[in-house]
Design a protein around this ligand. Structure first.
Ligand SMILES: [Fe+2]
Length: 476
């Protein structure tokens, strides 16, 4: 018999708490009008703990559950499924949690080496559609393939045996070439001080892997791809097996390690060609986009003063921090290039996005989620719920926002109106959870008129737990 979830962990209760069912819902109720040219599938991924967890539950440790909204002909069908990873299958059979995914030393004795040898992980963070495959990613393991229509678990995907590392949750697909570039941190083993960059051609064939030693073992969440550079931010969430064996946190905020930004020439760059640049202390989970012109690299990041959600090395809290859109400038023509930065937006922002047809290119339009300051969360790390979607115009600096009120927004994804429509012309899609009804709805906005409110709200009769990232698969 499955045991109740602990009551003292925020992330096991609304709006994060796990959904205990898998379901199909056809022809959802729509308020407003689904745009006739919006055809395809929106996928969302997030932690959805199957059983009462072992030890202190961390938000990043939940079992992955994927939610799909299939949109066609003005109608929407919905389906959600857990990803059947090795851990999920074992625990489903045992009827309880047997391992702690964040701590290899906390497990049932018969699974004592499971976390260290497991190849499938949690598949709980993000999704990408590339080379005709839908892949669910975490970042500590290889991706996991799902059927794009049914969400049936197909299995771990290692690019026909060529991938020997994990895969970040934030791969980048070059819109001009169709190439997918991604990386893995701690690439050659648990807590290793290195990164491996991988390139995959549009057919899904892994063509190149580049090994990059780093000065310390760091958890690297996202990176930046431009036409000519691959930018790897090594920021001080350090990983330490020694610390873990002494009872300390395996991963911790350790500012003394400093920030080093790796800049690798994208075409022909090898292990020897990376340059590590200094930058003042800061932390970034997510980048909006980046591009380069005449050797000058521009990067837009949702930047914080320190890392939230991770303890200090002695197990303490790093406290409150607010991410703001910040523009980096790196002049690679300088004798000793540095990363200079400047905050460009007054509002807090996270889950930044750009028009996917402009990844790595000079661009104008970006979107993000944000709080409106009116809905207190009671959380130390950030005392406001993110209940607002925002558009940032890099040309004018103008911000267009819409608050969903007593609600929480998911990452908002941009979908172009058509292949040939202008940059930014299209729709912004976000799953919004109401605090009043405790149910979720898919909101569809005109991406360049957020303040005008959603064009359509597509209602579910249940709550999609607050999750991380999603992706869009265009329809026929
Ligand atoms: Fe992320």
């Amino acid at each position: 018999m499955a045991q109740p979830m602990p009551t003292d962990n925020t992330f096991l209760h609304f709006p994060w708490g796990p959904l205990q069912m898998e379901c199909d819902a056809r022809d959802l109720i729509v308020e407003g009008e689904i745009p006739a040219d919006l055809k395809g599938s929106l996928y969302r991924n997030g932690p959805n703990q199957r059983f009462s967890p072992r030890g202190d539950y961390h938000l990043f440790a939940g079992d992955g559950m994927v939610h799909a909204f299939h949109i066609a002909n003005g109608k929407v069908d919905y389906r959600n499924r857990w990803v059947r990873t090795a851990k999920w299958k074992i625990e489903d059979r045992e009827g309880k949690a047997v391992v702690n995914a964040m701590n290899p030393f906390d497990c049932e004795p018969e699974y004592s080496d499971f976390v260290l040898v497991d190849k499938e992980g949690l598949a709980n963070t993000a999704l990408v559609w590339h080379g005709g495959r839908l892949l669910a990613m975490e970042e500590g393991h290889a991706p996991y393939e799902l059927d794009p229509q049914t969400l049936e678990s197909i299995g771990s995907w290692t690019f026909r045996g060529k991938l020997h590392t994990a895969m970040t949750a934030h791969p980048k697909v070059d819109p001009k070439t169709g190439e997918m570039v991604f990386f893995a941190y701690m690439a050659t083993g648990p807590f290793a001080a290195d990164v491996m960059v991988h390139k995959v051609n549009p057919q899904g064939v892994l063509t190149e892997s580049i090994h990059l030693p780093t000065s310390y073992s760091s958890m690297v969440h996202d990176f930046v791809l431009t036409e000519n550079y691959i930018i790897i931010p090594v920021m001080p969430i350090s990983g330490s097996l020694e610390r873990a064996m002494e009872g300390g946190p395996p991963f911790a905020w350790e500012p003394d390690k400093g920030v080093q930004i790796g800049v690798l020439p994208r075409h022909g760059g090898t292990t020897e060609d990376i340059r590590w640049l200094d930058m003042d202390l800061n932390f970034v989970f997510h980048f909006m986009n980046g591009f380069d012109r005449d050797g000058v690299i521009t990067v837009d990041a949702c930047q914080m003063e320190h890392a939230p959600l991770f303890p200090t090395v002695d197990g303490g809290s790093t406290g409150k921090t607010e991410p703001h859109l910040t523009r980096w400038t790196i002049d690679m023509n300088a004798d000793q290039p540095r990363v200079e930065f400047e905050r460009i937006d007054e509002f807090e922002s996270e889950f930044p996005q750009c028009d996917p047809r402009y990844v790595g290119q000079p661009y104008r339009h970006g979107w993000y989620t944000s709080p409106d300051g009116q809905l207190a969360s009671g959380m130390e790390v950030n005392d406001n719920y993110f209940n607002t979607v925002g558009h940032f115009d890099h040309e004018t600096g103008a911000v267009d926002r819409y608050s969903c009120g007593q609600a929480m927004t998911s990452e908002a994804l941009f979908v172009p109106k058509s292949e040939n429509s202008a940059e930014g012309e299209g729709y912004l899609l976000s799953v919004v959870t109401s605090f009043e009804t405790r149910t979720s709805s898919l909101y569809i906005f005109d991406a360049l008129d957020l303040a005008g409110g959603p064009l359509a709200k597509v209602h579910l009769s249940h709550c999609v737990p607050a999750g991380f990232h999603g992706t869009w698969r265009p329809g026929d």
